[in-house]
Write a protein that binds this ligand. Structure first.
Ligand SMILES: Nc1ncnc2c1ncn2[C@@H]1O[C@H](COP(=O)(O)OP(=O)(O)O)[C@@H](O)[C@H]1O
Ligand SMILES: Cc1ncc(COP(=O)(O)O)c(N)n1
Length: 274
């Protein structure tokens, strides 16, 4: 069985962060592991408080996993502080994981800051250069490139600028712009639009976490970058289509194990002509 490790924050409400990542890994048939960077007291409405985990414990968690278990892919989410980002960068440098999917989480759907501003330079200088792919949304990309992104041309320019920070590829998510949620993949040479259809729901808590974890799981399972992203887009679309009316705020996406796996099985059988 392939394995994936998420390095991210805990969401007590279960919709985003570590909890969403592990659910997405399982739905893809990948063995999930976790390094917790921060504990958030959170539900579908708000983030009430955040406790950063001591950096020595973050380092220990990373070492405990890598010293014992083969890690096929790493997904990085909420890093919270500059010292946490420094610790994650230094620890990963020792193990040099081949696949790193970075979701540069900055602000929650409810507007709570999940990354302190002095951590942005560490993210840019030390974490992004080790990423196979980074998956910013529009507001996160605007912080990383220090500019406004409104059009398709702006998205292309932002991708180029972020890729030049050292990531192998960039998936700029268009969900925060008006119109269809079309994402743009740039691998350093080719631009590919990964188009979507907007689902009208408020239940989008954890969509970014889910998408990046699905990409990590697909890469762990041996998919090419473009296949990993295209399949993950199908997965997140299904997960939003069947999102859950849980809580009073932004409800979580549904990690639709049976439907997702059945859909893949039917496709396989059709290809084989069975
Ligand atoms: N209402 C929606 N309907 C369909 N797809 C969406 C919707 N909102 C976001 N997406 C897609 O979900 C994925 C996660 O994006 P986004 O919500 O922008 O992430 P984040 O949680 O980082 O803000 C992207 O592929 C985006 O295009
Ligand atoms: C621990 C943690 N990590 C990430 C997010 C972002 O998810 P969203 O953008 O859907 O609020 C979150 N709310 N909490």
């Amino acid at each position: 069985m392939k394995t994936a490790l998420t390095i991210a924050g805990s969401d007590s409400g279960g919709g985003a962060g570590i909890q969403a990542d592990l659910k997405a890994f399982s739905a893809h048939g990948v063995y999930g592991m976790s390094v917790i960077t921060a504990v958030t007291a959170q539900n579908t409405v708000e983030v009430r408080s955040v406790q950063d985990i001591e950096t020595s414990i973050i380092k220990d968690q990373i070492e405990a996993v890598f010293d014992d278990i083969r890690v096929d892919a790493v997904k990085i989410g909420m890093l919270s502080s500059a010292k946490t980002a420094e610790t994650v960068a230094a620890s990963l440098q020792i193990y040099e994981p081949a696949i790193v999917v970075l979701d540069p989480v900055m602000v929650s759907k409810g507007g709570h800051h999940l990354l302190q501003s002095d951590a942005i330079s560490v993210l840019k200088e030390k974490i992004i250069p080790m990423a196979t792919i980074i998956t910013p949304n529009i507001p996160e990309a605007e912080v990383l490139v220090r500019g406004n992104i409104q059009s398709a041309e702006d998205m292309m320019e932002a991708c180029r600028s972020m890729q030049s920070l050292g990531a192998k590829a960039v998936l700029l998510k268009g969900g925060h712009l008006n119109g269809e949620p079309n994402d743009l993949l740039f691998d350093g040479e080719i631009f590919t639009w990964i188009n979507g259809t907007r689902i009208h729901t408020k239940n989008t808590h954890g969509t970014g976490c889910t998408l990046s974890s699905a990409i990590a799981a697909n890469l762990a399972n041996g998919a090419s970058l473009i296949e990993a992203v295209q399949e993950a887009k199908k997965y997140i679309t299904l997960a939003i289509t069947h999102s859950l009316e849980i809580g009073n705020g932004h409800g979580p996406t549904h990690h639709f194990y049976e439907l997702y796996n059945n859909a893949k099985l039917v496709k396989k059988l059709l290809v084989k002509g069975i």
